[in-house]
Design a protein around this ligand. Structure first.
Ligand code: PEP
Ligand code: MN
Length: 349
């Protein structure tokens, strides 16, 4: 019994040594971080961790196995990183201002005016005549961006699929004529280059937010990319989708919150208003809110537009059509020219 007592006392003493050593180690790591803070933001160094682990295991004489020692030290490393507030996960470029600086919307398009910017236009380009009417409406209201789908991702294959190349041609034509910045969606990687030749900003739609090959190809075009949030995507997934574009060296990315799927069916999607300040906090990227696809209805568009701008959105996307009741897609949510002007008036006030 006395022997056990004596051994227990020794264990207590070893515990105290370990305790002191662990804290001494943490204090050293803290000093290293303070020195590193002055030169870079790269704190997590997996190679250095591996090297330390190799050395420790080499020196291990047992009775604990190398694997056991490895597990213990891995845990020590992990706790130390947590102590420093460093995550093992690589910080995305889009978050890390020290690595790459991303463009503001103003810088992307050499604009004079500060935001909020409005991207408006029909759901789909349906004819030259309609596109021309909308372009004139936008020009008359000093709006800089015109949108219009040529390749439409439709739920039903029987619904209008867009005019394709012809739609791109029409949008590009009215854009040039009225000096508007054109925005149109690409749904297939093979169309990126041909659309990029004629359109100023490539839209990646909600349904393709995690089509990684499309993101890479669009990113590589060097064109500004408007990336819409997937309807079932978390904010983290949204940010990492943007990261695929950024990794192509593309610094012109605009995110677009367009609502997510929930059980609520009073609106087409549930506008996640909190994503805007979160994305502002966690990334450097500009973000706009698509008030048409988030709502799927127009009667509450004014308060929602104001709310989006109030929480810090850099702009709005809104669908407008010369005759919404005749539109070949999203007929219920598209504003007519008068309603569009009312919205602009309400925003100005
Ligand atoms: C669109 O903007 O034309 C569109 C189809 O929207 P979303 O991808 O957000 O559904
Ligand atoms: Mn639409």
């Amino acid at each position: 019994m006395e022997k056990i007592q004596a051994l227990r006392q020794q264990v207590d003493e070893v515990n105290e040594h370990i305790l002191q050593s662990l804290n001494a180690r943490a204090a050293l790591i803290k000093q290293i971080r303070e020195l590193k803070d002055k030169v870079s933001s790269d704190y997590f160094d997996p190679e250095r961790e591996e090297e330390m682990l190799r050395n420790i295991i080499e020196k291990n004489e047992g009775p604990l196995s190398g694997k056991m020692i490895g597990d213990i030290f891995n845990h020590i490393f992990k706790v130390n990183l947590e102590f420093m507030g460093i995550s093992h996960e690589k910080l995305p470029l889009v978050s890390d201002i020290n690595k790459v600086k991303f463009c503001t919307i103003k810088e992307m398009f050499n604009l004079e005016k500060e935001g909020p910017y409005i991207i408006a236009g029909p759901c789909a380009i349906e004819s030259l005549e309609y596109a021309e009417k909308i372009a004139q409406l936008l020009k008359g209201n000093n709006i800089k961006f015109i949108r219009g789908g040529a390749y439409k991702p439709r739920t039903s294959p029987y619904d209008f699929q867009g005019l394709g190349k012809e739609g791109v041609k029409i949008l590009s034509h009215v854009g040039k004529k009225h000096n508007l910045i054109t925005v149109s969606e690409v749904v297939d990687g093979s169309e990126v280059e041909s659309v990029a030749k004629h359109i100023d900003m490539i839209q990646i739609g909600a349904r393709n937010m995690q089509n990684f090959e499309l993101l890479k190809r669009a990113g590589a075009s060097g064109k500004p990319i408007l990336l819409k949030r997937g309807m079932s995507a978390t904010i983290k997934e949204f940010i990492f989708a943007a990261e695929y574009i950024a990794l192509q060296g593309n610094k012109k990315i605009i995110l677009c919150e367009r609502g997510i799927r929930t059980f609520e069916n009073k609106t087409r999607n549930t506008l996640d208003i909190s994503s805007i300040p979160i994305i502002k906090k966690e990334t450097q990227l500009p973000i706009i809110v698509d008030i048409s696809h988030s709502l799927g209805r127009k009667d509450i568009i004014q308060p929602i537009a104001k709310a989006a701008l109030a929480v810090g959105a850099d702009g709005l996307m809104v669908e407008v059509h010369p005759k919404p009741e005749l539109a070949l897609s999203d007929s219920r949510q598209q504003l007519d020219p008068e309603e569009f002007q009312e919205l602009l008036g309400a925003l100005e006030a």
